[in-house]
Ligand binder design. Structure first.
Ligand SMILES: C[S@@+](CC[C@H](N)C(=O)[O-])C[C@H]1O[C@@H](n2cnc3c(N)ncnc32)[C@H](O)[C@@H]1O
Length: 337
């Protein structure tokens, strides 16, 4: 069979086989110039096309940048984050409270003594506010501390935090008491009642001022024996002692804030005593007790053991000048036998 071999290829094979001589092809400068001139319009056209594509790309990029700027302007501000460079800011303090609340506070419950700083709660959580007095009565009490213009929560229920008479056992998903326990003469009685009204599985949120970081710094730490005696004998024995302590604090605080004139020596001691008596008569809501974080932990554990209380401590967290506790009520274990 005859094979058809294209001519240039046949010549190349012949050259390889030595049947035809190799001939060098010399390209002249003129030919090269002609070749370039021939290709130039094509090259120019290609470059113009690339330039056009580049311009279109630039326009697209500019449009995207404009869209991003627009989206950023319309977007909600980024979620707040803890700012460790400014760890002591009020924003950080509140954010820790919010984080604890969002993690532990669910359903429907009560906050005792919210006053001007109710604990923020997640959407859908229902809170009823409890205080020992109406909003107007709270102002009567607190205005002398320079709080006349501060807005207070108007309580839904007026009740005593130590008793919570209006709340049945196991009725609430949570009880919040932030900076309240130290204001109570009988903290054990109060804590037992907070556990009483919470359902099994519910939580008691307690925040207490760290006495090392507030006006209580100079006082004696409240011991476990003290609160047990308040509970078992009644708190009358320690009341005037607490008001005497608070008389001193009131005068020092008042002098600092310009609410009390500057006094020294006997005049100051006498003023401390009169303020203590006046505030006692007014049944002013003083700090009856003062704890360090260690003393708080010791107290909760001691009363849990002594009175066989059914709860677990799920959180103890220092938040600047306060300590936050989360206690979860558990089902009592059956006793022996
Ligand atoms: C220092 S304020 C707490 C303010 C706020 N919860 C916070 O975290 O800063 C104390 C609150 O406890 C309330 N309180 C004091 N004794 C009470 C009692 N026996 N029963 C109910 N509320 C009481 C006071 O009226 C006040 O609203």
């Amino acid at each position: 069979m005859k094979r058809f071999v294209p001519l240039p290829l046949k010549r190349f094979i012949d050259q390889l086989l030595g049947l035809a001589p190799f001939r060098a092809r010399v390209i002249t400068a003129e030919e090269r110039l002609q070749d370039l001139e021939r290709r130039l319009p094509g090259l120019q056209q290609g470059l113009q096309q690339e330039l056009a594509e580049l311009r279109a790309g630039q326009q697209h990029l500019a449009a995207l940048e404009a869209e991003i700027t627009e989206l950023k302007a319309a977007a909600p501000p980024p979620a707040a984050t803890l700012d460790f460079r400014n760890a002591l800011s009020h924003e950080n303090f509140q954010m820790v409270r919010v984080a604890v609340s969002e993690n532990f506070i669910r359903g429907s419950g009560i906050e005792i003594g919210a006053l001007n700083l109710p604990l923020p709660v997640a959407a859908g959580v229902r809170v009823r506010y409890v205080d020992r007095e109406t909003e107007a009565e709270l102002h009567d009490q607190y205005d002398e501390l320079g709080m006349a213009d501060v807005q207070f929560i108007d309580p839904d229920v007026v009740d005593d935090a130590e008793e919570l008479r209006q709340f049945p056992d196991n009725s609430e998903d949570f009880v919040i008491a932030s900076h309240v326990l130290e204001h109570l003469e009988n903290p054990v009685r109060a804590f037992k009642n907070w556990l009483r009204v919470v359902k099994h599985g519910g939580v008691v949120y307690v925040a207490l001022p760290d006495m090392r970081r507030c006006f209580d710094a100079g006082r004696e730490v409240t011991s476990v024996e003290h609160v047990i005696r308040d509970y078992e004998e009644g708190p009358a024995w320690s009341r005037s002692m607490a008001f005497r302590d608070f008389g001193k604090i009131y005068v020092a605080f008042g002098m600092d804030k310009g609410l009390v004139e500057h006094l020294h020596g006997e005049a100051r001691t006498a003023r401390e005593a009169t303020e203590a008596e006046r505030l006692d008569r007014k049944n002013f809501s003083i700090h009856f007790h003062a704890w360090t974080p260690d003393a708080m932990a010791e107290m909760f554990l001691a009363i849990k053991n002594r009175y066989q209380l059914s709860f677990e401590t799920e959180l103890m967290l220092q938040n600047q000048d306060e300590v936050i506790f989360i206690f979860r009520k558990t089902v009592p274990r059956p006793g022996p036998g």
